[in-house]
Design a protein around this ligand. Sequence first.
Ligand code: CP3
Length: 351
Amino acid sequence: MAGEMVPKKILKVLQGECFDVPPFWFMRQAGRYLPEYRELRAEKGGFLAMAFDPKAACEITLQPIRRFQMDAAIIFSDILVVPMALGQHLEFVAGEGPKLEALADTQDLCRLSDKHFDVLDPVFEALNLTRAGLKQEGFESTALIGFAGAPWTVATYMIEGGSSKDFYKTRLWSYRDPEGFQALMDMLVETTARYLIKQVEAGAEALQIFDSWSGALDPISFEKWSIAPTKEIIARVKAVHPDVPIIGFPKGAGHNLEKYVCETGIDGVGIDQFTPLDYVSSNIQTKIPVQGNLDPFALLAGGETLDRAAKEVLDSLKGRPFIFNLGHGINKDTPPENVERLVKIIRGESV
Ligand code: CP3
């Protein structure tokens, strides 16, 4: 006999349904603010060792769900595994973030190819294990989200060789040598679409595309390097899996947000904390389900500051399809008690 299907609120919202208590999850919900994560990290010796160990990645994905019963689990991995799948070396230096062998020009693209795609196998295995783990531990209404970085955001790391404040080399390359830059984007579109399709086949029930640095693009570049590649990825994924919902997160899009929503083909949009709530409810949420956008620093601060900020978001975005989230990833210094308090506020319980 087939088991009774438990409705997954997040998937319903992405189809346009509305709930009095909105479903919620938090970007970077698995990670350093949790003592159980830090403990496992010390044992495994680092972030990449955990991300490529399917059992460890599954365990870390489940950790926040056990504490807070979010409506979605996001697979523990990173957007920078795609450069690895193209053969670019990646390491994480403690306290400094990611380090890659920076691409200097179009010539360097010859070194890249997706013959390294197999390095991603542990991510698919982790998705498989996590889907089974959620069921086994009774989280039957929690949806599993797969993800990737958008080509522009991933390209900034590939060209700068790591994190950057101004994306100097990437922006300059995109203007000086648009054909060469387009070749890199094409490669990223191809590999990212393939990666997302395989994530669905491994158990992901929804996908998110992180364009964390789309805010560095002027409107014409935004169209070319954020909207166009994202649209192409979505078309390719939907050609194979038309029913899998895809959330786009164009952080810092500002005035380009509406265009991104209308042109990419996404099913839901992640909103950063810099976008005014009245603008979101009257111009964006009328077109598409929205996800967001509590300032992670209000969560870090906690107390009544948090209560006020969270209620503001809840009051502004209720009544139309809405998934509660943060405007960007959770800060590593956030006390887990603050997250517990936020969950109560979202559920309408007294704190
Ligand atoms: O819980 C989750 O959200 C799922 C896992 C996840 C990670 N990275 C784990 C991670 C997700 C969805 C990401 C996405 C990601 N990675 C983005 C897009 C979202 C965003 O924050 O804008 C970006 C830009 C990256 C690149 C990246 N990864 C950087 C710049 C860093 C170093 C900075 C930092 O926060 O330490 C990482 C490392 C990373 N990815 C950590 C985690 C939990 C920290 C690893 C550790 O030191 O334990």
